[in-house]
Design a protein around this ligand. Structure first.
Ligand SMILES: C[S@@+](CC[C@H](N)C(=O)[O-])C[C@H]1O[C@@H](n2cnc3c(N)ncnc32)[C@H](O)[C@@H]1O
Length: 215
């Protein structure tokens, strides 16, 4: 039965994480969260995890739980916490917290505290491009889920990808469901220095190839 127990382990982990984070609002499917968790726990490389676009902390918690699982580093959560264009009052994805407080930061911090990730998660309340201009560390996993326009996705990639070394990963959310993200992803994933290594739900992950090993 040992083999059966081992084979069931990922399914059990998935189910436990789904239950653990089900109360955190957000735009991430459980299987996508599980993919982030697994990359944070077992993904290649050394360096930080950086998330652009945290909202209420749903993806942040999946990343933090993965990193904590294997005693790896922190998760930098970069967000203005003022919501994207589509979250503003009168828009299709209007968020109550934005309408009432003008910010999702309070709920984000509550969620991080509830799940005991205060030590693990380091919020950076700033525009992504400004945060990038003050950044200097190496990033092993960059999760891009901020401004979903083509220009916004492109800017996040251009600002942050220089910090992702060989073997490092960049995960994009909403590829196939948001035109701007999809258009940019289709362009970037064709470049010689990057290779698509994972596709789960609307998450697509590219890895920086070692210099001279483009395919
Ligand atoms: C789709 S939500 C993120 C969802 C989140 N990852 C989850 O798991 O539910 C996008 C977030 O990106 C943030 N954002 C958009 N443009 C930004 C920018 N230029 N700089 C920083 N944050 C930005 C918004 O405030 C919003 O919280």
């Amino acid at each position: 039965m040992e083999a059966v127990t081992q084979l069931l382990k990922p399914a059990t982990d998935y189910w436990l994480l789904t239950d653990r984070f089900k109360d955190i609002e957000g735009f991430l499917e459980p299987i996508e969260g599980y993919a982030l968790h697994t990359m944070a726990a077992f993904g290649p490389g050394k360096g930080e995890i950086v998330e652009i676009g945290s909202l209420y902390g749903r993806s942040t918690c999946y990343l933090a739980s993965g990193s904590a699982r294997n005693g790896r580093g922190g998760v930098y959560a970069i967000d203005t916490f003022k919501g994207s264009k589509e979250h503003q009052v009168g828009e299709q994805g209007e968020q109550t917290a934005i309408a009432t407080d003008g910010s999702t930061l309070k709920i984000f911090l509550q969620n991080i505290a509830t799940h005991r990730f205060d030590e693990k998660v380091k919020p950076i309340v700033n525009e992504s491009s400004k945060a990038a201009s003050e950044w200097s560390k190496s990033i092993r996993l960059l999760f891009i889920d901020g401004d979903h326009s083509y220009e916004g996705t492109r800017k996040d990639f251009l600002d942050w990808s220089p910090f992702v070394p060989e073997s490092g990963l960049i995960a994009f959310h909403d590829v196939t469901t948001w035109d701007g993200v999809t258009q940019f992803y289709n362009e970037i994933s064709q470049l010689d220095e990057w290779k698509e290594v994972l596709a789960v739900g609307t998450i697509r992950v590219i890895q920086r190839l070692p210099h001279g090993e483009s395919e």
